[in-house]
Design a protein around this ligand. Structure first.
Ligand code: MN
Length: 228
């Protein structure tokens, strides 16, 4: 193909134990998936089915890179999340058939301009400016599902400058990864390269320039970024 200008490189993530990279096609995110975080955001965890929003694929940031404090916000937030990486094409899947569609898992941070999100909620506007900005999707290496025993008993945590801000269990998720992939596949044809941020536990908070954020999930590699 003869392009008018050189296209950007495909965003990609390292794969634990492999030299090849996982090329990112789409980034989906779940809005609310932990009861305590839903409550802290004013939601009702008992009645809401998972809902989805997305970020452009080129918002991916690999671990151990610097993130520039974004423009147009005075309330920049972290949201530590389990990330699912999709292995193959599917649609209208039942939860019990989704395991073979999951390539692996990673630890990610759904960076959010909370002030713009609150304004969007108030005015019933879309979330793109609050969620889909440059460098808004830091994500650690993907660990293949075949190398993972079980994540249900794993802790999910995030430290800011060494101080623990989020600390929960993956089993606290309202919808588990299989249910999330099932729900997603009823709205979109999922394809290899799609990743899904699965929602954050309670304890989200503000980020300042100079902060170092490190997050982990037992059994997966950490994600770490510095804000400049
Ligand atoms: Mn989130």
């Amino acid at each position: 193909m003869n392009y008018a200008f050189e296209p950007e490189a495909t965003p990609a993530l390292p794969i634990t134990g492999q030299t090849s990279l996982y090329p990112v096609r789409r980034i989906y995110c779940v809005g609310r998936n932990y009861a305590e975080h839903s409550l802290e955001m004013g939601g009702d965890p008992t009645r809401e089915a998972p809902f989805f929003f997305s970020k452009p694929a080129n918002t991916i940031v690999q671990t151990n890179t610097e993130v520039t404090y974004p423009q147009a916000t005075e309330n920049f937030h972290f949201e530590m999340e389990l990330v699912i990486a999709i292995a193959k094409e599917g649609r209208d899947l039942q939860p019990e058939e989704t395991a073979e569609y999951i390539f692996g898992y990673a630890a990610g941070i759904d960076l959010t301009r909370r002030d713009l999100q609150n304004e969007a909620k108030d005015k019933r506007r879309p979330w793109d400016t609050s969620k889909g900005f440059d460098q808004s999707a830091p994500c650690g290496p993907i660990t293949p599902a075949s190398n993972i025993q079980a994540l249900e008993s794993s802790r999910i945590w995030l430290d800011v400058n060494g101080s623990r801000k989020q600390d929960a269990k993956i089993s606290d998720m309202i919808w588990n990864p299989f249910e999330i992939v099932s729900h997603l596949s009823h709205f979109f044809v999922i394809k290899p390269g799609d990743i899904v941020f699965t929602g954050t536990p309670a304890g989200v908070g503000q980020i300042q320039k100079g902060d170092v954020l490190t997050g982990g999930i037992d059994g997966l590699e950490n994600i770490s970024i510095a804000i400049r």
